[in-house]
Design a protein around this ligand. Structure first.
Ligand code: SF4
Length: 261
């Protein structure tokens, strides 16, 4: 927990040093549009579902896509979906108001994933099963609503963390792609926030008072991803531009899905 505060603070200070201010809506839209154009994420007539967990990343992504929808040359529809894991006192009213304000139709997919993972299966490492089930429930809800695409809110730090995890724990040069066709669900996954740093997303959510909710899950979420963030944090002490360098290397390497259109 202490780490998270330190990391957030460092990112925030780095952002202020770089920009002298919080990320503005214009910059967020520019990152989003560039990613969409570079990797051909949106086609005319697409219907895209955005999963709204209540975290800063997904709320920022929904904001960006809802604003972009007003002027992007290809017309597309949006839905926002929250997968309710069934934890007590999970209140979606703030998320519903936010979606109404952005004029995006909002749906809650009620599930018993929390009960299955914690009470029935008593998983020692609940996050892996939980996130698989949550993604499955989200994909099914998106398909039911007639969506042909789903959007995840992975940002630049996630791309770099995932790259480092593959390198350190699997010994391979890999990270997730900007666009992935999911064979099993027959739906395309897009990641329009890949050019925005986590610190910028955090500052945007703070500045614009997005309705970020506390995760009601009892698991504390310490994962290998946290370890790779830790390693990057240590390396940044000697190479301050390390994230940008790794990201450029990913763009320049022959990694599946990273060829620009
Ligand atoms: S922290 Fe809780 S809600 Fe999040 S993936 Fe893990 S088990 Fe699921």
């Amino acid at each position: 927990m202490e780490y998270a505060v330190t990391h957030a603070y460092k990112d925030h200070m780095e952002l202020i040093k770089r920009n002298g201010q919080h990320m503005k809506s214009q910059k967020l839209l520019s990152y989003t549009r560039r990613a969409i154009d570079d990797y051909n994420m949106i086609e005319e007539g697409d219907t895209i579902a955005v999963g709204i967990s209540g975290g800063k990343d997904s709320l920022t992504l929904l904001y960006a896509l809802a604003k972009l929808q007003k002027f992007y040359p290809k017309s597309f529809s949006l839905y926002a979906i929250t997968v309710d894991l069934g934890f007590k006192d999970f209140d979606t009213s703030g998320l519903e108001r936010y979606c109404n304000r952005l004029e995006v139709p909002y749906f809650v997919e009620h599930t018993q994933i929390g009960e299955i993972v914690f009470d029935h299966r008593k998983e020692p490492n609940p996050c892996s099963l939980c996130s698989r089930m949550r993604k499955g429930a989200f994909n099914q809800a998106a398909i039911r609503l007639g969506c042909n695409k789903i959007a995840y809110a992975h940002h630049k730090d996630d791309v770099v963390d995932s790259f480092l995890m593959s390198l350190l724990y699997e010994g391979r040069v890999h990270t997730f792609s900007p666009v992935t066709f999911l064979e099993k669900s027959q739906i395309t996954l897009i990641r329009p926030l890949i050019y925005a740093y986590e610190g910028e997303v955090r500052s945007f959510a703070l500045k614009n008072e997005l309705p970020v909710c506390k995760n009601p899950c009892p698991a504390d979420g310490v994962t290998k991803r946290q370890e790779s963030k830790d390693i990057i944090d240590q390396l940044r002490a000697t190479v301050p531009e390390i994230k940008e360098r790794i990201f450029s290397a990913i763009e320049g390497a022959d990694i599946d899905g990273w060829t620009r259109h």
